[in-house]
Ligand binder design. Sequence first.
Ligand code: ADP
Ligand code: TZD
Ligand code: MG
Length: 569
Amino acid sequence: MSNEAAMVPEDAQLTDGFHLLMEALEMNGIDTIYGLLGIPVTELGRLWQARGNRFFSFRNEQNAGYAASVAGFITKKPGICVTVSAPGFLNGLTALANATTNCFPMIMISGSSEREIVDLQQGDYEEMDQLNIARPHCKAAYRINRTEDIGVAVVRAIRTALSGRPGGVYLDIPARLFSTTMSAEDGAKSLFVPVDPAPSQLPGPDAVARAVDLIKGAEKPLILLGKGAAYAQCDDEIKALIEETGIPFTPMSMAKGLVPDTHPQCAAAARSLVLKESDVVVLVGARLNWLLAHGKGKTWGGSTKFVQIDIQANEMDSNVPIAAPLVGDIGSCVAALRAGLSGMEKPAAWASAVAEKASGNRAKLSTKLTTATPVMNYFNSLGAIREVLKNYPDINLVNEGANALDNARMIIDQYQPRRRLDTGTWGVMGVGMGSCVAAAAETGKPVVAICGDSAFGFSGMEAETITRYNLPVTIIIMNNGGIYRGDEASPEHQVSCMVFNPKTRYDQLMIALGGEGYRVTTPEELAETLDSAIKSGKPTLIDAIIDPAAGVESGRIGNLNVVSTIGKK
Ligand code: ADP
Ligand code: TZD
Ligand code: MG
C-alpha cells in the first residue's frame, strides 16, 4: 500500500493514477488516444477502451505521434500520444519534435522508469532520463510525481500546447504513479477544466492602422496563407478579407483549400510572378523560412514590404524586416484588418493580370496532364487522380515523397480547409500512414494518400493499422522504384543506394495485411481503380507504376542539394 493510500480512511472509495489521468483527459473533451502499449501503460489502453473511448494502436510510436499531431492540426485540440518508456518514448519523440516545429498542438504521455533507479543509473527496465531528453524538442516537458497533481498537470499540458504558438508537450509519468491510490473524493476534486486555454490576442490599434495604411497604398498586394491560417479555424473571416479587398492570394501547401484552389483570386498557378512582383505581401500564419526563400533572394522582388500576422511576437523580423507586424491571433487580426480596409479600392488591374497569368499556366499544365506516355509519369498519373478527386471535394489528401509530393501539391486542387496533410516544415518522410489514421478518425471522411515509394516505406507497416480499424483509406504508391528516381545504375558488385528492389509488390503487401491491393500501369486504370476504392470505403492500396526516369533529384528543392566536385570531370 502506498503512503497516500495509508492516509485514507479504510472504508473510503479509492481511485488511482490510471483513473485520474483518464478522467482528466475525458473532462477536457479528449476521447481519442493514438499510441502503442506495453509496460507500464498497457492497462491504460484497456481501461480507456472499456470506458467507451477510442484507442488507435499503432505498430511504431513515431506513427502514433504523427497521428496525434495531425489530429491537433485538424481539431485545434491537442492530439494525445501514449508510449512506453525509453525506446518507445524515443520513437515518439521525433513526432513530438515535428509537431513543435509545425506548430501543431500535441501531448505525448510516456510511462517512465522509477526515478530513484534512473537517477542513480542503476539499470532499471528501459531506463532513461526521458524528461530531460524531451525538453529541447517540445514547448514544455512536465513530470507528474503525485496522483493529486494529475489534474493540474493535464490542464497545464493542454494550456501549454494550445496557447500562443501551438506545439508539443511532454508528460512524464513514472510507472508507479499509475497504480498509486488516493481517496476517490479528493481525486475528483483535484480535476478541472481550464478557462479559455487558447485566449484570443488582439493586435494593438496602432499596429492595425499601420498595416491598413500599407495595404491601402499598395499597387500589387498579395495575401499569403500559411498553415497557421488553416489551423486558426477562422475560414469565413479569411475568405471575406480576400473577397472584400479583391487582393490575389496564394496558399502554402497545408493552407491549400482554406479558400478553394479554384477560386478566381487564387494565384497559386502564378506563384513565381506574385512573389517576385508584389509590393506588399500580407503573411497570414506563414513563416518566412526556407519554404519562402527566407523572404529574400531571386524569389522575391527585393523591395517587398511585409505585413505579418502571427501570434508569436519574435517571429517578426526573423529573416527580413517586417514593415507592419500584427501580433495576435489570426481571427482577431483579420477581423481588425477587414474593418480597417472596408470600402478599399480593389487592385483590379493587378488582380486581372495575375488571374490571366494563372489561367494561362493552368491551361499549359492541363495539356501535360492528359499527354499519354509509354510508362506513366507524374503528370498523367496525377492528372488522372485530379479528375477523380474533383468529385470528392471533402476528401482528405495525405501527401509525402519528393517528386510525388511536389507534383501532387501543384496538380491536385483542394476545395476545403485542413484537408491537405503533408510533410510540413521539415519535409519529413514517414508522416503518411499516421496522417491517414488521424484524418479518417477525426473527420469521418475518406482519405487518399499519395506517397512516394520511399516515403511509404517509412511507415508502411501501419497499413495493417488501417486495415485493422477498417478505415476508408486509399493509398496510392507513386512507384518509380527509388528515391527521386529508380533508374540509377548500381556501382560494380553493389546495389545503388537510391533504388529499391524492382520486384517489390506493394499491392500484394496490402492484401497480405488484410486489405485490397491493385497494380495499375495506365492513367485510365488508375482513375477507375481509385474511384471504386473511394466508393467501396475499404482500405485499399494502389501500386501505380511510374517511369523510373520521370523524377528529378530532390524534386523541387534540388537547389538545396549538396554535391562534391572533387574527382569529377
Ligand atoms: P507554412 O509552412 O504553411 O508557411 P508555418 O508553419 O511556417 O506555415 O507558419 C505557421 C505560423 O502560424 C507560425 O508562425 C505560428 O506561430 C502561427 N500561428 C499558428 N496558429 C496561429 C493563430 N491562431 N494565430 C496567429 N498565428 C498562428
Ligand atoms: N528521412 C526523412 C525522415 N525525411 C527525409 N526528407 C529524408 C529522409 C530524405 N528524403 C527526402 O527529402 S524525399 C525522400 C527522402 C528519403 C524520398 C523521395 O522518394 P520517394 O518520392 O519515392 O518518396 P519520389 O516520387 O521518388 O521523388
Ligand atoms: Mg520514388
